[in-house]
Structures are given as structure tokens and as C-alpha cells.
Design a protein around this ligand. Structure first.
Ligand code: 13P
Ligand code: SF4
Length: 300
């Protein structure tokens, strides 16, 4: 009798498929993925793969980004109901309206947005390259959507630009409290602290390092510290422990992104089996969204 892992391996070969997984997915998903990483790394990987099928283990906007970058490939989402709450906070209709109110502002959009919203941006960014993208622009007036926490982190670091924020956030990172982080700091007084820029300013002020999930991992790889407090989604713990086995990581237990946990080995096998969960975007959305996403990929 074939195990689910063997079934995935067989179907992957039959379909010429690649499995990409975000750092927040369950450990068993990360363990069978061909590539695990942050939004930026996953976008780059999706743009350069020669596989026919991309199975995207992450929330839906991530699969849409892969489709925008590789429109000729079949992109499958093991769970089409794995929706990022932040991406749902910036509809294309609302963005179109705001753009009319701010005709002289260039629109920079976080990758955590849907395809139709991306189609209205000038340039896209992830938390891994946001500062670089903003600094690379000649324009000084920016509308940043949808994450107000990442946006205000950028505004503090690039004060020469005028940045108008959108009223959106990640409900998981934004809900983390100073008390929760202070308790971790009291419990592990020698730990080096890191947080994702989706956390609010008061938490970021308490940190030694701020960065995307992959930036945190890279920081650990070259660090002389052995113990870390990591203020981001708990799925990242497995990735850090796998890559840095001699280090210890402490996370806030409440930081759980449920949609990321929907993806199971069974759901991967079943989408490979019948090619269900395919990302479908209109051609004009792909065409218009490709420009800001590709522009981001070119800024390294
Ligand atoms: P990263 O790009 O840092 O992996 O972040 C994605 C995300 O959704 C964070 O909540
Ligand atoms: Fe979206 Fe937050 Fe989940 Fe990241 S952690 S995918 S921003 S809901």
C-alpha cells in the first residue's frame, strides 16, 4: 500500500511538478517541499522553475503571484480556502477609488494582495525587499497598501519619502501584545529578539532585529547567539530548527495563521491527482499585475 508521501512523489514525477511551501506551513509540508521560503524567495522560485505544474503550499495570494509570474504553467493550490485576511483588506474597487483621490502618488503594494489588486499597483514588494523597493523609486509621494505596520516601518526608515498608509494589517501579527513579548523576554533574558515587520511599532521597538521570515533565518545562520525570541507565526519554528539545529527558538504561542495550517499531505496528493485547485486569473489581470511583480523581482 502506497503511503501519502510516496503518492506525492509518484504524482510529482508524472505531472512534472514542483512543490513550493511557505515558512508558515506545517512541518510535514515543509519536509516534502522542493523549496521552502518567504514570499520573495517563493516568487523568485516560481518565476524560474521549468516544471509544468507548481503546487503552491501557502495562502491563495501566493499561488496567484506564482501564476502572474508563470502564466503558462498550471499552478495548484491544495486549499483554495486558505485566504490571507490581510489580502482581503484591500479590494481593487477600494484601491481604484483611493488612487483617484491621490493621483500624484505612486502605489507600492505588499505582495499580500490579490491578483486584481496587484494589477492596479505601480510596484509590488515583500517584507524581504520593501526598504530596497521604496529607496529605489525616484518618486517621493507613495501610497503604500495594505499593511499599515509594514508601511509605517518603511516610513520610519525612509523619512525622506511621504508615505500614505492604508488601514490594513495582518490580524495575527497585529494582535500580538507588548505583554506577551515582555513575558518571553523575562523568561529568556539572554535570548536575541527578532520580529516580522507586520508587528506593530511598539513591539518592533523592543527587538534586536526586524525582517522577513527568510531574513530572520539568514540572520540566525551568521549569528553568534544560540537562543532567540522570534515574534512571528509559529510555523517558522520548524524551518529555523531544521536549518539551525544547534540553536533554540521561542515563539509567542498565539501567533498561528490558521489558513496556512489547512494544507495537509493529503490535500497536496489530491490536487496533484486530479489537478484541482487551479489558480485561474483573467488574461488582462495577469498582464497588468505582471508589471509591478516583475519590477519587484528585478530590484534585488
Ligand atoms: P514573509 O514574506 O516574511 O514570509 O511574510 C509573509 C507573510 O504572510 C507574513 O505574515
Ligand atoms: Fe496573511 Fe497574516 Fe497569515 Fe501572513 S500570517 S498569511 S499576513 S494572515
Amino acid at each position: 500500500m502506497e503511503t501519502v508521501t510516496e503518492r506525492i512523489a509518484r504524482l510529482k514525477k508524472e505531472r512534472n511538478a514542483i512543490i513550493l511551501a511557505h515558512n508558515y506551513t506545517n512541518p510535514e509540508i515543509q519536509d516534502i517541499a522542493d523549496f521552502t521560503g518567504d514570499s520573495l524567495g517563493l516568487s523568485i522560485e516560481a518565476s524560474k522553475t521549468d516544471a509544468d505544474v507548481i503546487v503552491f503550499c501557502g495562502v491563495t495570494f501566493m499561488g496567484e503571484t506564482a501564476k502572474i509570474l508563470s502564466p503558462d504553467k498550471t499552478v495548484l493550490l491544495p486549499r483554495t480556502d486558505a485566504i490571507c485576511d490581510m489580502a482581503a483588506m484591500c479590494s481593487p474597487e477600494a484601491l481604484a477609488k483611493r488612487k483617484k483621490e491621490l493621483p500624484n502618488h505612486v502605489v507600492i503594494g505588499y505582495v499580500n494582495t490579490t491578483g486584481p489588486t496587484k494589477a492596479l499597483m505601480d510596484v509590488c514588494c515583500t517584507s524581504g525587499n520593501a526598504l530596497k523597493v521604496v529607496k529605489s523609486l525616484k518618486e517621493d509621494k507613495i501610497l503604500f497598501v495594505p499593511d499599515k505596520n509594514l508601511g509605517s516601518f518603511i516610513a520610519r526608515n525612509v523619512p525622506e519619502k511621504e508615505i500614505v498608509l492604508w488601514d490594513g494589517c495582518c490580524p495575527i501579527h497585529d494582535a500580538l501584545t507588548i505583554e506577551e513579548v515582555a513575558t518571553l523576554k523575562e523568561r529568556y533574558p539572554n535570548a536575541y529578539s527578532m520580529a516580522h515587520p507586520e508587528c506593530n511599532e511598539r513591539i518592533l521597538e523592543m527587538m534586536d532585529f526586524i525582517g522577513s521570515t527568510e531574513a530572520m533565518l539568514n540572520h540566525c545562520r551568521t549569528s553568534e547567539h544560540k537562543e532567540f525570541i522570534v515574534v512571528t507565526e509559529v510555523g517558522m519554528k520548524h524551518r529555523l530548527e531544521t536549518e539551525c539545529p544547534d540553536m533554540t527558538f521561542h515563539f509567542p504561542e498565539s501567533a498561528v495563521c490558521q489558513p496556512m495550517k489547512y494544507i495537509t499531505l493529503e490535500s497536496i496528493a489530491s490536487c496533484l491527482e486530479d489537478l484541482s485547485g487551479e489558480v485561474i486569473l483573467d488574461d488582462d489581470i495577469i498582464r497588468d499585475a505582471y508589471q509591478p511583480v516583475n519590477r519587484m523581482i528585478q530590484i534585488r
